[in-house]
Design a protein around this ligand. Structure first.
Ligand code: ZN
Length: 378
């Protein structure tokens, strides 16, 4: 086991910035991991990913097992070589998608074997994921199944010397179940821990409370990864509560819809008002796209040429890795109080009036509907 927070660079109450030593890269936390599917972050080269400060990429085991196939990756010397990515990689268990394809009894072992072949720095244990909006005995069943599966993952893991197996805390929104799961996983002394099952439609107050409970109970010297989190504000709040790692398809998926992340929220590049706007996407951003291209140019591209979404993906990933700034809703103030951080002096809470103004601004519109439409299409 050699994934650990080797050096804490800074600490403020529960928040920490640290070095995370992985086999292929010494990362600095807190960090965001873009999600790649078939060994690529759509539209960006690995050089560009290094340029924007990407330290670790998340690869989807299920997709990689189908194409290019785990056998081919094994032959190619692992995913790092295959995709020409010198820095760190994390692979998910793939079990979520494999449930329908393989006999249930084989899932844990096959998932780990696939991940051993892919060769990522961090591999995720198989967990039983249940939507947080579901209640009742299914949550308890999934949590205990996740605990049973961790031992099979540990037993099937062939490369513990150069791949770090992370356990995933489940238990829905129930603090007692979360507590049982955290303790069970910590007893196994794993190299790192993830908080799973969140970002699935639960209200924000429930969300941050689960994160606060788990981060407080997980070991100080191990990385803590909140899965599926990628909205700028969520990342800031989770980091204040002591989390270190995040992943989400949001910055790249929203780029494909022609949407840029900016301090005010989101900017719709498809909007007519962009057609003659000669400013950069975000005048305060120092990324390559904002230094070289105007909103008007990207407006021309977004519906017609893949380069539009490539430029937006570049900016969005750069933005999310710089750790965002902006106005603050009430649930954030509540979470910050628990984190011991007084934010009243540096930013005004988001009033309901300003929220309405924000929503009605042209070009800054709801994109959740669009996201849902695309999710249905997948
Ligand atoms: Zn930019």
């Amino acid at each position: 086991m050699f994934c650990f927070l080797s050096q804490v660079l800074g600490r403020f109450n529960r928040a920490r910035a640290a070095r995370l030593a992985l086999p292929h890269h010494v990362c600095q936390t807190p960090l965001f991991m873009p999600v790649g599917t078939q060994g690529t972050i759509k539209g960006l080269t690995t050089n560009q990913l290094e340029e924007i400060g990407c330290q670790i990429i998340l690869g989807n085991t299920y997709h990689l097992a189908l194409r290019p196939t785990s056998e081919l990756l094994d032959e190619a010397g692992g995913l790092h070589k295959f995709m020409n990515w010198p820095r760190a990689l994390l692979t998910d268990s793939g079990g979520f998608q494999m449930v329908s394809l393989l006999h249930l009894a084989d899932i844990t072992e096959k998932g780990v074997t696939f991940q051993n072949r892919i060769g990522a720095d961090i591999i995720m244990a198989l967990d039983d994921v249940v939507k947080t909006t579901i209640t009742g005995p299914r949550i308890e069943e999934a949590m205990y199944r996740t605990l049973r599966w961790i031992d099979r993952c540990i037993a099937a893991h062939e490369r513990p010397h150069d791949q770090n197996l992370f356990g995933i805390v489940q238990g829905g929104l129930d603090p007692i179940l979360r507590d049982i799961c955290v303790r069970g996983l910590v007893d196994r002394n794993l190299p790192g821990y993830a908080i799973g099952g969140l970002a699935g439609g639960e209200d924000k107050d429930s969300f941050w409370r689960v994160v606060a409970q788990c981060t407080a109970a997980l070991p100080e010297d191990k990385p803590r990864y909140v899965m599926g989190v990628g909205y700028p504000l969520d990342i800031v709040v989770c980091s204040a509560l002591g989390a270190d790692m995040y992943d989400c398809v949001y910055p790249t998926r929203t780029a494909r819809f022609g949407t840029a992340l900016v301090p005010e929220g989101v900017l719709k590049l498809k909007h007519r008002a962009m057609a003659d706007d000669t400013r950069p996407i975000d005048p305060t951003c120092s990324c390559m796209v904002c230094k070289n291209y105007t909103r008007a140019y990207i407006h021309c591209l977004v519906t017609k040429d893949a380069m539009g979404s490539q430029l937006l993906s570049y900016h969005n990933l750069y933005y999310i890795m710089q750790f965002p700034k902006g106005d603050v809703p009430e649930w954030v103030c509540n979470a910050m109080e628990v984190a011991g951080i007084d934010i009243s002096s540096c930013c005004a809470p988001f009033s309901s009036q300003s929220h309405q103004e924000y929503n009605s601004k042209k070009c800054f519109t709801e994109e959740i509907d669009e996201m849902e439409v695309e999710l249905e299409r997948l």
